[in-house]
Design a protein around this ligand. Sequence first.
Ligand code: CDP
Ligand code: MG
Length: 747
Amino acid sequence: PLLAERWGDNPPDSCRYAEHRLGRLLYAMALLEICPRFESWTSRGAGRKRKLSLFEGVEEKKLSGKVKLVTNPYTNTPYSERYFEILEKRKTLPVWQQKDRFVDILSKNQIMIVVGDTGSGKTTQIPQFVVEAGYATNRKQVACTQPRRVAATSVSRRVADEMDVMIGAEVGYSIRFEDCCGRKTILKYLTDGMLLKEAKTDPLLERYNVIILDEAHERTLSTDVLFGLLKRILNCRPDLKLVVMSATLESKKFQGYFNGAPVLRVPGRLHPVDIFYSEFPEKNYFEAAIRTVVQIHACEPPGDILLFLTGEEEIEDACMKIRNGIRNFGDHIGPVKVLPLYSSLPPTVQHRIFESAPPPQKEGGPPGRKIVISTNIAETSLTIDGIVYVVDPGFSKQKLYNPRIRQESLLVCPISKASAEQRAGRAGRTQPGKCFRLYTVESFQDQLPSQTLPEILRSNLANVVLTLKKVGIDDLVHFDFMDPPAPETLMRALEQLNYLGAMDDDGNLTEMGMLMSEFPLDPQMSKMLVVSPKFNCSHEILSITAMLSVPNCFLRPREARKAADEAKARFAHVDGDHLTLLNIYHAYKENEEDPSWCCENFLNIRALQSAANVRSQLLGIMNRHNLKISSTQFTHPNYYPNIRKAIVTGYFMQVAHLEQSGHYLTVKDNLMVHLHPSTCLDHKPQWVLYGELVLDSTERSSIRMVTDVKGDWLIDLASQYYDMLNFPQCEARRALMRVYEKRGRGI
Ligand code: CDP
Ligand code: MG
């Protein structure tokens, strides 16, 4: 009723937008990027190495006679040579000139906004200014949020270098399932999602003196929720300061929202960028992109190239094709270094984008070139110096949510004008550049939206609602969102949590909800974990959850697809993909010591290592909350059914029924779906539970991560949802009715 009171019959446009966007989608990607792989970090080893080089630097300086015996206040050791080298670079950043003004404004205001072009030094310098100005005292830290994990880890390492300290000591980072901070940490880079998670246990974020929300223009779901949350916290904590930083900003909107906070504008130092458009629409942006990159390398003067593509698979494919394309020219053209950049890439490989271009093959030969092929990460989060050419096909992968069918999917969508401008800007960092847009000028003007829609308007909000409830915000309708989500989306979230038993009918968090919110997982997943002890299978559900939380572990190289599929088939479980994941996890643990095992079985070792890491962290949370860790005897006939039942308690809203026509229809929403070809199921069960619903290029929906379940279980384990009084007439309903009748139970 409150929602109706607020919006009545006129919900904001955002509500309708998701569907509109779905209609216009170009093609859908089946691949969901879930979360990055985690790199283990051994502080001891890193520390020893670092210390050595510190002293080496001092020795050298003494020898060269230019001794600058300045002591690093954080470590009480002399600064290394590298420190001074980087310092010179830092001094050239536009933000450096604004240091005094920044500190002055910060001291006089509780909230301030910093706007400056990408690469002007906001992310690396501003947090250091805050620390140097003395705000990291009383054991209270300075936090700087990043929407992307890659940015949080890479920038914190850079800043640790700039401050000449070890990563994990004075400067640290924290991302989901990986915390690299210590007792000494005063400056912490963390994902916005992690700060939100911290708010669940520390509602006033009391461990911080200053919070910097970086990349605010990206308007990620977590950043938007933090906006509202921090506004409330600031009211209760006059000692806390907030800095909102952004590359481009609808300044008026932000200023209005943040109570008229002062804006510090950092003048950019961009060189002019010539923009070229395709004359005719490109039929295939991928092929056009490869062609353009190869042409630039063959014909244009020196300077590195940045190509924007949408995801891992596409990027790896492009890397190979570009290398091949350039190889065909022989040594008429210079050598290239083709480097991918996407979130699930191992950090060491990610870091290669900062390497310089390769030298000419022979003296006086044509110059080498670096070619970076990246997702949106390189649009604003990471700055690669030396880029002169940008190739922009005009697409990015975006999350969309359709509340009507409760479907969230990642789709390749046209980017916004604002994004296109940002991408072009990347070409003019060090000298005048060129940007090749692989779309027509008419498309740019008429078809691209001016701004990307904030993520909060295109997401399932169940997790957000759970978090806000946990933090103690009861009135979600009047929560101060910068852009309030569609009422239908909020309603769907409340409904989902209610069915999961996380919220009661009055909208209060239940004990189950409290427990669920302790896990950094989607509500369905945390539900199945919390109930798993009841089914005597918490060991197994932990492993499955961990496997679901890391990137896809199956490798399927183009040249060895058949062998890879055969390897996968060896792990297949007849009852579906969740149990197949369990088989793989068990087999991995048995063969952990054998270095070639993963490779022989076409499995991604990093994904499996992360799964083991994630599992042990989830186990820690289970133990802290006294959730019993147990297993059914493997030989017991209920070993597998128990696991499948536990999965049903989380995912009962994601079930499809096999119709007489041979098609699957999703329960209640009646969307026609197909089993995704990646499934291990070799038969078509009457009821299947699915982990994801994906649209593909033909706009055909398919379901992935599928498990065979029973009609009986649905009725028993989710009676509220499978209540016949609220069930539309359909074959699934008739099938369930038969189950009820067979049991001789009334309805
Ligand atoms: O945040 P903003 O885009 O304003 O700039 P920044 O990320 O602080 O980058 C400032 C400078 O630091 C750029 O020249 C980057 O190339 C450099 N940087 C780097 O060398 N290594 C990193 N990991 C991050 C930044
Ligand atoms: Mg930045």
